[in-house]
Design a protein around this ligand. Sequence first.
Ligand code: 13P
Length: 249
Amino acid sequence: MRSKIVAGNWKMNKNLAETEALLTELAAKLPDTQAEVMVAPTFVNLAAAVHTLDSSVIEVIAQNMHFAESGAYTGEISADMLLNIGIDTVIIGHSERRAYFGETDEILAKKVKAALAKNMRVMFCFGEELDDRKSDNHFKVVESQLKNALFSLEASDWGKIVLAYEPVWAIGTGETASPEQAQEMHAFIRKTITEAYDASIANNVSILYGGSVKPANAVEIFGKPDVDGGLIGGASLVADDFVAIIKAI
Ligand code: 13P
């Protein structure tokens, strides 16, 4: 059985005091849910976030990591550093990392392997750009992103993978994939994994949708059979909105 997951990607938002305040509010308002709830604050506030959520089921996750063990990589963070402060899930491959920081499929494949080698859970993000969809290349693009970064993994690694389909044109734009578009792509992703591995792996991997999920559209999107939750940007920065999205699952 795959898990339902609602994760908040805070990106480069919230200072220390704001992080603690939002997490305290979230923990207090967290509805009763079977879903896993995660938040990804900025690196400098991760340790404080872990401390603030000490007695909560909300999991703190990281937005990124480097593939090297340690060494001369100014400005970077290793898997061990995350594990050392109690974080064992990391987002890899966000479209903003790909677009603004030059992260290629090849780099992402290394990051995924490095995280798995440390027994971390990976939330792997991917998704097509607007031009890809307009030119009807979205399935091809998504297939190649998955293949290049993930399909050399061992079957046994897939228990540690969560997928987040985030069409770039729907991120931070207020424009969402329709529930039908999300379902169509998620079903395609499962078919692609079935062909590369098998149906059991495909059926057991959680596939989240990300891209302008809001309280007003979450019920419909999460209602689709192959959508197992969401990776939420803007709406995760407001406790009541994030709580409403968690309730929607
Ligand atoms: P928005 O929810 O702000 O569109 O961001 C989605 C996202 O990029 C989550 O990683």
